[in-house]
Design a protein around this ligand. Structure first.
Ligand code: GDP
Ligand code: MG
Length: 300
């Protein structure tokens, strides 16, 4: 296809942790590409999701939540989020309507304003608030002068997603597509597979395991019978965490592996043999190589 009648653009999805950015991305691209979890701050790496809408290709950048950083890892994540926003043709600022203009969102608005940028506002989780509150919120954000359009949506139910898409289609520039139209994500499958397992960790362990747990896909073998053999290592920082992860008689890790495998089979469309290993590695937070693997800047 030539560049004459096609459109293509990068769209950054930014916002405070837990406002629904990953849920929104998954709705926009119509398939699960980014980890979604009931806990805050689960997105570490920058992930692209692509939505093909007729002749327009919308390339979404899901960013880690922007918040006030404390640790080195936090600083790297926040820095990656701003780099993502800087690369984009358009910015969608996602807000949790039930939380409104909280300090995290306020700091993002201030920073966008300082940069002289423009953005579209996504008021998400409208299923949790009533109309009057929503209108008041709209006025408050309007006063900042920062937003071209304001959308009220529920990323969870899919309400309002179509409006965002039809808006974006007309806003991205004319030009050639950057990805073949069957490419869902530029995330390598190994990384995607590690994300699936990491999501299971969050779902099954809740508060028992810190965010520092990491999953890496060590081997990936496509077998003759059409199945894939995947070996992954889950890194934790202490023996006590390893014990929690394994569970009694290894029951917990088995259940994590079983659910991750089902998810992977659904995602890749064929059988998967998944093998999980748990290793203790102290202070991986301070290892520059880990940051490189995650596409983050150690010195951010
Ligand atoms: P992120 O940290 O911004 O990427 O947020 P996530 O997409 O991981 O979502 C955080 C939590 O909010 C999850 O529990 C989602 O199910 C929930 N959530 C997302 N969108 C909605 C929505 O429209 N309504 C409600 N009630 N919950 C939502
Ligand atoms: Mg997320």
């Amino acid at each position: 296809m030539t560049g004459s009648d096609t459109r293509c653009g990068f769209i950054a999805i930014i916002g405070a942790p837990n406002v629904g950015k990953s849920t929104l991305l998954n709705q926009l691209v119509g398939c699960k590409v980014s980890i979604v979890s009931p806990k805050v701050q689960t997105t570490r790496a920058r992930i692209l999701g692509i939505s093909q809408q007729g002749k327009a290709q919308l390339i979404f950048i899901d960013t880690p939540g922007i918040f006030i950083p404390r640790r080195r890892l936090d600083r790297a994540m926040v820095s990656a989020a701003w780099v993502g926003a800087g690369d984009a043709d358009r910015i969608l600022l996602v807000v949790d309507s039930s939380r409104g203009m909280d300090p995290n969102t306020r700091s993002i608005v201030d920073r966008l304003k300082k940069k002289g940028g423009q953005a579209d506002l996504i008021l998400n989780k409208i299923d949790l608030v009533d109309k009057p509150k929503l209108l008041a919120l709209t006025n408050k954000f309007n006063e900042t002068g920062l937003f071209n359009e304001i959308f009220m949506i529920s990323a969870k139910s899919g309400d309002g997603i179509v409006d965002i898409l039809s808006h974006l289609i007309t806003r991205v520039k004319t030009g050639p597509w950057l990805f073949s139209d069957d490419q869902l994500s530029d995330m390598p499958q190994r990384v995607m597979a590690a994300e699936v397992t990491r999501e299971q960790l969050y779902l099954k362990l809740h508060k028992e395991l810190p965010y520092s747990a990491a999953v890496e896909t060590e081997t990936w073998q496509d077998q003759d019978d059409g199945s894939t053999r995947i070996e992954q290592v889950i890194y934790v920082q202490r023996d006590s965490q390893k014990a929690i992860l394994l569970g009694r008689n290894g029951g917990r890790i088995k259940s994590i592996g079983a659910d991750a495998r089902l998810e992977l089979e659904q995602m890749f469309g064929h059988r998967v043999h998944l093998f999980l290993f748990v290793k203790v590695r102290e202070k991986w937070d301070d290892d520059p190589a880990r940051y490189r693997d995650l596409g983050l800047d150690f010195n951010a």
